[in-house]
Design a protein. Structure first.
Ligand SMILES: CC(C)(COP(=O)(O)OP(=O)(O)OC[C@H]1O[C@@H](n2cnc3c(N)ncnc32)[C@H](O)[C@@H]1OP(=O)(O)O)[C@@H](O)C(=O)NCCC(=O)NCCS
Length: 229
């Protein structure tokens, strides 16, 4: 059984005790965000990921340095890894929720989204294939948004688990219905094989949808925990 913990946090303040945990590349990314809340979400994701990684590796957060080189372009905005460590991490932020999922090396993808906004037709058209879209027919605005962001977070979690993110078209995969057990039914992209993936919805928080995906055919046990620094 593969164990995964998903840690949740609200945005930390831009305080020196947290900022000093960022390396120079991370400080550059933090400063480049124009909105303070975006800075704080980024800061929280990295501080939480370093804290979780340190716990797994028996060290302290200030000793953790991530390699987040993007496989596509070489910039430092890719999946954070601790080179040589038996550890895999996935970070996601939306609204007031910042999440970090961790395993002992099984590739995973985490996604959280605020589900209280409107699910625009253009977004639905971009993300869902006809079979999934048919399931939204007849729903009122609120139920439609919840159903859509359930699909969206499940799909993005799967894409993030591959490390390619939204480079894989969201329509290339077909999922189980939004109100059924989360599962990948079909994939036109070789990076995602239904027999070799596991997908779970998460509780996250009121007004949010969240999911976590794994590239494995083994059973996975997921625990959600709230982090207080
Ligand atoms: C990664 C991606 C899914 C993020 O989606 P999002 O909903 O905006 O953001 P989330 O908060 O859920 O996730 C952000 C985290 O995803 C992680 N991430 C970045 N690239 C990733 C990738 N290719 N695969 C998986 N995770 C990735 C990072 O840890 C990032 O956290 P950070 O801000 O601390 O660096 C999306 O931006 C994407 O698909 N990017 C890859 C393709 C691309 O356009 N790359 C840029 C040009 S090379």
């Amino acid at each position: 059984m593969i164990e995964c913990t998903v840690w949740w946090s609200s945005p930390l303040p831009n305080e020196p005790k947290y900022l000093e945990l960022l390396d120079s590349l991370e400080k550059g990314r933090h400063e480049a965000y124009r909105q303070e809340i975006d800075q704080r979400r980024f800061l929280t994701g990295r501080v939480l990921a370093k804290t979780v990684a340190a716990e797994h590796l028996g060290t302290t957060a200030d000793k953790i340095t991530f390699d987040a080189t993007c496989d596509d372009c070489g910039k430092p905005h890719g999946v954070p890894r601790v080179p040589g460590a038996a550890l895999a991490l996935s970070i996601s932020h939306s609204g007031e929720m910042i999440g970090v999922g961790v395993t002992a090396g099984t590739k995973l993808g985490l996604d959280v989204e605020t589900a209280t906004r409107r699910a625009d037709d253009s977004l639905i058209e971009y993300a869902l294939n006809p079979a999934e879209m048919a399931g939204l027919a007849g729903l009122g605005a609120e139920a439609r948004a919840t159903a859509f962001f359930t699909y969206w977070t499940r799909k993005e979690a799967l894409m993030k688990a591959t490390g390619r993110g939204l480079k894989i078209p969201l329509k290339a995969i077909t999922l189980s219905k939004y109100d059924e057990q989360a599962a990948l039914l079909n994939s036109e992209d070789p990076a995602l094989d239904p027999a070799g993936t596991r997908l779970e919805d998460l509780k996250a928080g009121e007004g949010y949808r969240a999911a976590v995906a794994f590239l494995t055919s083994d059973d996975v046990s997921v625990t959600e925990r709230w982090w207080t620094p």
